[in-house]
Design a binder for this molecule. Structure first.
Ligand SMILES: [Zn+2]
Length: 329
C-alpha cells in the first residue's frame, strides 16, 4: 500500500522552450506534473512567476491534506544559488532577475534556485546513473551545452554558482561566434543551434552529396537542423555520418579537457541532441579516452542519463529539500 507522505516538494524545470512544474515526494517520486509551452511567455519573467504560482496552486489542491515544504527551481542560464537570482539567461532573455525573492513573495514558501543542468546532475547523483560516484561530469547537449560537476563528493558551484559551464569553454580562439559573445566555444561547435549551422554549411559546400539531407528538409535549407541530421544518419547517409563523426570529435575534445582537469569516474551525457543521435556516445567515449592525460589509469565510461524528462523537476525538488534540511552526519 502506498505510504501517505508527510510533506511534498514542488520542482520546477524552466528552460527556453518549456516550463514544467511537478509535485514530488521526498524520495523523488514524481506524483504529478504540469507543462506549459513557454514560447513568448518566458520573455516576461513576471508572467512566468505568475504561471509557476498558478501551477503550484493546482498541484496543492491535488493533495490538500499534505503540506508543501519547499519549492526548487532548475532554470536555464547562470544562477547565483545563494540568492536565487538569475544572473544571465540568454535562452530566457533575462538578466539579474531575483526569481527566488519574487516567488517567495507570491507563494510564501521557501524557494531554492539553481541551474537546470546542475539540478539534473543532482537528480542523477541521488537517483540515477551518478549513484555511488564521488566524481563525475554531467553534460547535456540540447539547443545549448550545459554541465554539472560532482567533485570530491560535492556538487560544485564555484564562487558565483556558474561552475560547470562546459559549453563556453573555448575549443579554438579563432572559431565561430558563440551566442555568449565569445569565439570558438564548445557550444558554437556542438550546440543544437550550431549543429544546424554546420549542416546547412555542409549542404551548401557539398550539394552533390547532400541529396538525403535536402530531401528530409523538404528542399528548405533553413529547416535543416540536428533532428534532420539524426534522421539522415539513421538512414546511413554518408555526409550525415561524416558530420556526426566531426561533431562527436569536437564534443569529445571539449569534454576531454574538462575530464583531464577534474579526473571524473564517469561522464553522463544526455540532452535532445544525444537522444536524437545516440551514436555520439560511443564517439565521445573514444575521443575522451584517447585524449585524457596518460597518467589517468581509469577508462572513463560515457553513459546516458537514467531519469529522462522529469530529471530537472526531481533534481530541483530534492535540492530544495536538501537546502531546507541540511544533512545530519
Ligand atoms: Zn560561448
Amino acid at each position: 500500500m502506498k505510504q501517505f507522505p508527510e510533506s511534498l516538494i514542488i520542482g520546477v524545470d524552466l528552460g527556453g522552450s518549456k516550463l514544467m512544474v511537478g509535485l514530488v515526494a521526498e524520495d523523488g517520486t514524481v506524483i504529478e506534473t504540469l507543462r506549459h509551452p513557454s514560447g513568448g511567455l518566458a520573455s516576461d519573467p513576471t508572467e512566468v512567476v505568475r504561471q509557476i504560482a498558478t501551477s503550484v496552486g493546482h498541484l496543492k489542491r491535488l493533495t490538500p491534506q499534505t503540506p508543501i515544504s519547499c519549492i526548487g527551481v532548475g532554470s536555464a542560464g547562470q544562477i547565483d544559488p545563494s540568492t536565487g537570482t538569475i544572473l544571465v539567461s540568454p535562452n530566457l532573455g533575462w538578466k539579474n532577475f531575483p526569481l527566488r525573492k519574487e516567488l517567495e513573495v507570491v507563494l510564501g514558501i521557501s524557494v531554492s534556485v539553481l541551474n537546470d543542468v546542475q539540478a539534473i546532475t543532482w537528480a542523477e547523483w541521488h537517483l540515477g546513473e551518478g549513484q555511488g560516484y564521488s566524481d563525475f561530469l554531467c553534460v547535456f547537449v540540447g539547443t545549448g551545452v550545459g554541465g554539472g560537476i560532482v567533485s570530491n563528493g560535492e556538487l560544485v558551484f564555484g564562487s558565483r554558482g556558474t561552475c560547470g559551464e562546459l559549453g563556453h569553454t573555448v575549443l579554438n580562439h579563432m572559431g565561430p561566434l558563440c551566442r555568449c559573445g565569445n569565439f570558438g566555444c564548445l557550444e558554437a561547435y556542438v550546440g543544437g543551434w550550431a549543429i544546424a549551422q554546420r549542416v546547412r554549411q555542409a549542404v551548401i559546400t557539398h550539394p552533390a552529396a547532400a541529396e538525403t539531407l535536402i530531401d528530409l528538409a523538404g528542399g528548405d535549407l533553413e529547416s535543416l537542423d540536428a533532428a534532420i541530421l539524426a534522421m539522415a544518419a539513421d538512414s546511413h547517409d554518408s555526409l550525415a555520418n561524416r558530420l556526426v563523426a566531426e561533431i562527436g570529435n569536437d564534443l569529445g575534445l571539449g569534454i576531454s579537457s574538462t575530464a583531464t582537469l577534474l579526473d571524473p569516474q564517469i561522464v553522463i551525457l544526455g540532452g535532445g541532441v544525444i537522444e536524437g543521435i545516440p551514436s555520439l556516445i560511443g564517439i565521445v567515449e573514444n575521443v575522451v579516452n584517447s585524449r585524457i592525460i596518460l597518467s589517468s589509469t581509469n577508462f572513463i565510461r560515457v553513459i546516458t542519463p537514467k531519469l529522462g524528462s522529469f530529471a530537472g523537476v526531481i533534481g530541483a525538488a530534492l535540492w530544495a529539500k536538501y537546502r531546507l534540511v541540511p544533512a545530519q552526519s
